[in-house]
Design a protein around this ligand. Structure first.
Ligand code: ATP
Ligand code: MG
Length: 776
């Protein structure tokens, strides 16, 4: 047997070596799904399948790169290079370069990123004179995006009274017109947005059977990772391409489906068996990633979902430390706790920064984390924010490059026609846009014949416009012979961009220049990489395509040894030794926007499952009692997800702040390190383990006199007990809010809440289980 095949267990081996036919692997997190896909590709190649005939679709470009790297180790780099491997978007962008002409697109079409698309929508909303509070650009964008991903074209939209009515009900009766204008403007600009890459591929494969046949014949073996998160549009593409040979292998985990809000459809998994004949179904049950405690905790929480396939996940890995739960007073404290825990682990275990990840529900939570990490001089990187290529200065440079390739690109043109300033005012640009819309010509076409165009622009301005056209045309001439790097360098110098950036001496200005330099370096690398491949004249086009589709997750810039900060959505498929899941509070995680229906809540729970299963050795769950949200300090309650984890996998550690407050612990005042000796169970009742050497210090206000053994304690029972003890009219004391009177009590089991009127902070509804109240 080949050596790499021996690195698979029996359950993994079977699907890896099943060469032909449709198959689906449904398995839990960390069970080796991605490994099976990777090895399967190597196996197919060893069996004589040509790399050119294999299509593998991954969730990120980074995942594709890693898979390719591993395959290259097995079959050799030169063969691995020929694989068609990447995200749906990048693979089909390439195909559309070849075939887009069938649909009327130029082969050098531009890819509009989200920023470009939203800008265009914003201008359409403005031009139509609509109320921008009703027609919020982002909302309009996501609505149109969801039409596209459900393959609802403009025509289909106007044939669908229900859709139109839904938009009218949402007080956006003119959505259809915006959609239509947007699609027309993109088409005229020779541009596709992200959703077009899928929608147009579908259109291509449906309308042109010969093209479909050609690609069916090409992609004899198709593999899809993270299949649970494919949307309808992606699903149809895969189904069409796989229809002829039916050599399709998809892997996924229904428990990790987290993109329903973007149109991913879990029924794609459930229907797979109906779509193909003789589908082989495989299951993998052994998790290789995480400790027993992490696997146990994750299993116990996902149990709470009603909609799920029956699946077993177990591990032979060590038991490891329990999942730690940590409470802070504020988000700032939470950040300090995380930073000091990282710092301490680094000191004691001598591990690199890259062993740590901080995962959160929303991007805005990164701020407190960053601040605390900076104070401790711990290097970190935020993933999933603006990608490098979306920064202003980078977009300025690439807008010139885009315009050289595709002068119809309206967003690029608007960006640079008067940047750096060359005396072309907004009124002129507005007039040009109106004229372009009326005449059906592009702005650039109008500019080329500005003398004969019937637009109210004075001669001085006309000359400036002509100069601009001449400038772009001179670049186009240069592009015929020069390589992308020489051209880009020349453009930054002669367009006045560098001079413009040089004017700004602030640190931000300096960074901007450095970024442009970094971009040029990137182009140089790219050009040199391309030179190895013969016959690649079009390297500027390819470079622009790569960067349009680059996400921040893909970049490998800077020092690789950093703590990773990212949203949970971005963390899918990844793994880290130590994972902090922060902001585990009701209304934040689960998000307030996702608690209206069971299915929304279940998606939040799957998100939590994804987060927890990223951890290999140690997971921390943290929450704050109050946090700044929308500029206000808001009180918060611990997330129900903490409560849902089986107690035996959890360890509640004493909050630092409370140790500071407690004079009995004054010796710890100096230490900013996470306390790892004094441990508490869920706040109402302390849990002490025999193995704890330090004598437990009891500052739990409501701690019962007789301590129970850990195994005797079950959270809901506690809450019942305490809920039973408390009645309306009781006077209580709270650590933070002081004295108060119980106004009402509601809820059952673990959810008993009391409304209390406190001396500090007024009326509050608290979950008794976590409230730490003392009767007075
Ligand atoms: P996710 O659901 O998070 O995407 P996955 O099912 O794709 O996870 P992989 O990422 O393929 O799982 O594997 C998880 C980890 O376990 C990886 O580090 C992988 O290298 C390792 N692994 C998988 N199978 C084996 C095996 N048979 N022996 C040793 N290690 C393995
Ligand atoms: Mg995976």
């Amino acid at each position: 047997m080949e050596k790499y095949l021996s690195q698979l267990n029996e359950a993994q081996y079977a699907p890896t070596v099943q060469k032909d036919g449709p198959m689906i692997i449904i398995a839990g997190a960390g069970s080796g799904k991605t490994r099976v896909l990777t090895y399967r590709i190597a196996y197919l190649m060893n069996q004589g399948v040509d790399a050119f005939n294999i299509l593998a679709l991954t969730f990120t470009n980074k995942a594709a790169k890693e898979m390719k790297g591993r395959i290259a180790e097995i079959v050799g780099a030169s063969e691995a290079k020929n694989l068609w491997m990447g995200t749906f978007h990048s693979v089909f962008a390439k195909i559309l370069r070849f075939e887009g002409h069938h649909l009327g697109y130029p082969s050098n079409f531009t890819i509009y990123d989200t920023q470009d698309s939203q800008k265009l929508m914003g201008s359409i909303i403005r031009e139509m004179g609509l109320d921008k509070d009703l027609y919020k650009t982002k909302q309009v964008y996501s609505r149109i995006s969801s039409y596209k991903n459900s393959l609802i074209t403009v025509k289909a939209y106007f044939n669908n009274p229900e859709l139109m009515e839904a938009d009218a009900m949402a007080r956006r009766p003119r959505m259809g017109e915006i959609y239509q204008a947007y699609v027309e403007r993109c088409f005229k600009a020779g541009a596709m947005d992200f959703d077009d890459l899928l929608l147009r591929t579908n259109e291509l494969l449906t309308r042109f059977p010969s093209v479909l046949a050609q690609y069916q014949d090409k992609f004899r073996y198709i593999l899809v990772d993270e299949y649970q998160d494919t949307n309808h549009s992606q699903y149809l593409i895969v189904r069409a391409l796989a229809d002829r040979f039916q050599n399709i292998c998809v892997v996924g985990d229904d428990a990790q489906s987290i993109y329903a809000f973007r149109g991913a459809n879990i029924s794609n998994i459930l229907n797979f068996q109906k779509d193909y004949e003789d589908v082989k179904m495989y299951r993998l049950e052994q998790n290789y990633r995480s400790t027993k405690n992490i696997v146990g905790a994750a299993n116990s929480v996902i149990e709470h979902n009603q909609t799920k396939l029956d699946k077993i996940v177990w591990t032979a890995n060590v038991e490891g430390p329990k999942v730690q739960v940590h409470r802070s007073l504020t988000d700032g404290d939470e950040g300090r706790f995380v930073a000091s825990a990282i710092w301490e682990t680094k000191m004691t275990d001598h591990v690199p920064n890259s062993d740590f990840a901080i995962l959160y529900r929303t991007n805005s939570q990164s701020r407190a984390m960053e601040e605390a990490l900076r104070k401790r001089n711990i290097p970190y990187r935020i993933y999933g924010g603006l990608s490098f290529y979306q920064r202003k200065e980078i977009k300025d440079v690439t807008a010139y490059l885009r315009l050289i390739l595709n002068p119809s690109d309206e967003e690029a043109l608007k960006r640079v026609i008067n940047y750096p300033a060359r005396g072309i005012g907004q009124t002129t640009i507005d007039r040009l846009m109106v004229a372009a819309n009326e005449s059906g010509k592009t702005i650039f076409e109008l500019l080329e014949n500005i003398d004969s165009a019937n637009i109210n622009i004075n001669t001085g301005t006309k000359n400036k416009l002509k100069d601009f056209v001449t400038l772009i045309k001179s670049y186009q001439v240069m592009n015929q012979t020069a390589n992308a790097f020489d051209l880009a360098e020349y453009v930054t110098k002669t367009s006045g961009l560098i001079k413009e950036f040089n004017k700004d001496n602030t640190p931000e200005g300096v960074t901007r220049l450095e970024n442009v330099e970094e971009l040029l370096n990137g182009i140089k690398d790219f050009v040199e990489g391309q030179m190895e491949i013969a016959d690649s004249k079009d390297n500027l086009a390819e470079f622009l395509e790569d960067i349009a589709l680059a996400t921040d997750l893909d970049g490998d810039k800077g020092d690789p040894d950093h703590v990773a900060l990212m949203t949970i959505h971005s963390s899918k498929g990844l793994e880290f030794s130590n994972v902090f899941i922060v902001g585990l509070e009701e209304d934040l995680f689960p998000s307030a926007m996702s608690m209206n229906t069971r299915s929304e809540l279940e998606e939040e729970r799957r998100l939590f499952y994804v987060a927890l299963t990223r951890a290999e050795k140690k997971a921390y769950l943290t929450y704050a009692l109050s946090r700044y949200r929308w500029g206000k300090l808001v009180d918060s309650e611990p997330s129900r997800f903490i409560e849902e984890i089986d107690d035996q996998f959890l360890d509640i550690i004493t909050p630092i702040e409370e140790r500071r407050i407690n004079p009995m612990l004054s010796a710890d005042i100096f230490g900013d390190t996470p306390p790892n000796k004094v441990r508490f169970k869920k706040p109402v009742q302390p849990k002490f383990k025999k193995k704890d050497k330090a004598k437990p210090v009891n500052f739990e206000i409501s701690a019962p006199k007789k301590l129970k053994k850990a195994s005797e304690i079950k959270a809901p029972a506690e809450a019942n007990l305490f809920g039973g003890e408390l009645t309306v009219g009781n006077r209580v004391k709270h650590l933070k809010f002081g004295r108060g009177e119980v106004l009402s009590i509601e809820g059952k089991g673990g959810d008993v809440k009391a409304e209390i009127d406190f001396e500090f902070g007024g009326k509050k509804k608290l979950l008794l289980r976590f409230a730490k109240l003392e009767l007075i």
